[in-house]
Design a binder for this molecule. Structure first.
Ligand code: DX5
Ligand code: ZN
Length: 220
């Protein structure tokens, strides 16, 4: 069963509580929060205070995607602020197992995020320390970008790598996903699908989540 994680990056920041209720009504189970520092990615978004404020206002699991340099300095703080899931980029962290362990020790689910051009080999050794992998299907920094088609093959290879090792690591995919490609993504082995503009760019976020779930169900 696919889980939809709408990204608040494309939501109306003046009405976040309402925007989260809308996607929950459509069947979303996770809310994806894109944290950008203007260094790891060419954009600045939100951080700990916003996570703290929304944590008390929703039943959705809070999934913080840290697109920041030196994520080790902040990862556990996001769990303390109320995040249920925290992912750090393999490209940004020299000591990945340490950070993943700190996220788990703080009580969160630990994720490894990986950019489209980064080979899967770079996360292989850290997989047993992770609860999920966040596979990027766009270069992070902005919502509304085009899905990079090679991500499908990478997704299949990641699925095979996890299965061969007998691990329970879940796969989340992020970037450029809509009703046109979600079935293929589900079939290739993703379990959590992030969607920003396909959910909040449509006018009716509740309906948009339902449509994504319906489109994914074709392959389930
Ligand atoms: C990209 C972010 C994504 C983004 C997804 O840097 O990590 O989570 O919000 O937005 P869409 O679905 O519009 O590509
Ligand atoms: Zn993201």
């Amino acid at each position: 069963m696919i889980e939809i994680a709408p990204s608040i990056l494309s939501a109306d920041f003046t009405r976040l509580a309402e925007e989260m209720r809308a996607v929950e009504a459509g069947g979303a189970t996770i809310i994806h929060v894109d944290v950008m520092d203007g260094r790891f990615v060419p954009n600045i978004t939100i951080g700990l205070p916003v996570v703290k404020s929304i944590a008390g206002r929703t039943k959705l699991k809070i999934d913080t995607h840290l697109m920041i340099v030196e994520p080790n300095r902040y990862a556990a703080q996001f769990v303390e602020a109320g995040a249920d899931m925290v992912s750090v980029h393999v490209e940004a962290d020299y000591h990945l197992q340490r950070t993943l362990t700190e996220i788990r020790e703080a009580g969160g689910e630990a994720g490894i995020a990986i950019n489209p051009a980064t080979p899967l080999g770079s996360l292989e050794e850290a997989l047993p320390f992770a609860d999920f992998v966040l596979l990027m299907s766009v270069n992070p920094g902005f919502g509304g970008q085009k899905f990079i088609h090679t991500a499908i093959d990478k997704l299949r290879r990641l699925r095979a790598m996890i299965d061969e090792k007998g691990l329970k690591t879940r796969i989340e995919i992020d970037g450029g996903i809509d009703t046109g490609n979600i079935a293929k993504i589900a079939e290739a082995g993703a379990e959590i699908v992030v969607a920003g503009s396909a959910v909040y760019g449509k006018g009716n976020a509740t309906e948009a989540v339902r449509e994504l779930l319906d489109a994914a169900a074709v392959w389930v």
